[in-house]
Design a binder for this molecule. Structure first.
Ligand SMILES: [Mg+2]
Length: 286
């Protein structure tokens, strides 16, 4: 098996790396303990937008996975951080679950009624996963606000994910639908957007620097390993930004996708490491 040297911090995808179909993957918690034992800091980076980081952390504990909220960066938290800074004090129309909306605390969110006013305006429309909220009426409100000048922001643009019920439609379809109807291009804030990986890599590198003995060379992006089960969104996207990428076979993609990406002339490539699980990735680190 290939070995990777010089890794000093990790970014871990959640679904397909630590959990699958609502349950912790076997060995996931032990793998996190092994990272702690080796003093390798990690952050969980996930396109999950259905739950706040607090809820995600407490759900994790309920299925046997102990990741504190402050070690999670989600497409939702990245979107809320972005709007807080880019559209401070301006109105937003956010299609997200009630729990997800907690991440926007202190920001001005339009109610559905307010968004309905004929002259309603918003600085941005933000779309996340919200099975109950992604109704025709709400998407139509979003569409009208975009026509009046609101920016379209997708927390992510994932096509689908695996749930206990099987492959399930993700909110990327609604972002694509609004882009199509309004003739605009949405801004995507989760993976695989370069801004998301840049931010996540900076955070983990800051942690590595704080913990490192002064005689070690200054860490850079190639010392950060992104571990994911989505070959394109996690692994190849991170590699394009100078991070290293490990592809795990414990999630939604497998050998067929590996071959497809290797042959793909644009947007394809090969991961730095292929492993069965996160535990196997850690074993490959020198
Ligand atoms: Mg995943």
């Amino acid at each position: 098996m290939t070995r990777l040297s010089g890794i000093r911090g990790l970014l871990l995808d959640l679904d397909g790396v630590l959990v699958l179909q609502g349950r912790a993957l076997p060995g996931a918690q032990e793998a996190l303990r092994e990272l702690d034992r080796r003093d390798l800091p990690y952050h969980v980076v996930t396109n999950t937008s259905l739950f706040s980081r607090e809820s995600l952390a407490s759900w994790g504990r309920s299925v046997g996975l102990d990741v504190p909220a402050e070690r999670i960066t989600s497409a939702l938290s990245a979107s809320a951080a972005y709007t807080a800074h880019a559209f401070a004090d301006q109105a937003l129309y956010v299609i997200a679950s009630a729990d997800a909306r907690r991440e926007f605390e202190g920001q001005r969110l339009l109610s559905h009624g307010e968004a309905d006013a004929p002259d309603a305006e918003a600085a941005a429309v933000v779309i996340g996963d919200a099975p109950e909220e992604a109704t025709y009426d709400n998407l139509n409100r979003a569409f009208r606000l975009i026509r009046r000048g609101a920016r379209l922001i997708g927390m992510h643009k994932n096509r689908w994910w695996l749930t206990p019920a099987g492959p399930t439609l993700d909110s990327g379809a609604f972002v694509a639908g609004l882009e199509f109807a309004a003739g605009v291009r949405g801004m995507i804030l989760g993976k695989p957007s370069p801004a998301f990986f840049r931010e996540a890599a900076d955070e983990i590198l800051a942690e590595v620097r704080r913990a490192a003995p002064p005689n070690l060379p200054r860490p850079h992006r190639a010392n950060v390993l992104m571990v994911g089960d989505d070959l394109w969104t996690d692994v190849l996207a991170a590699q394009r930004l100078g991070l290293r990428g490990a592809f795990v076979l414990s999630g939604k993609h497998g050998r067929a996708e590996l071959e497809q990406a290797a042959r793909q002339p644009r947007g394809g490539g090969r991961p730095d490491l292929v492993a069965a699980s996160l535990a196997e990735v850690i074993e490959a680190l020198d």
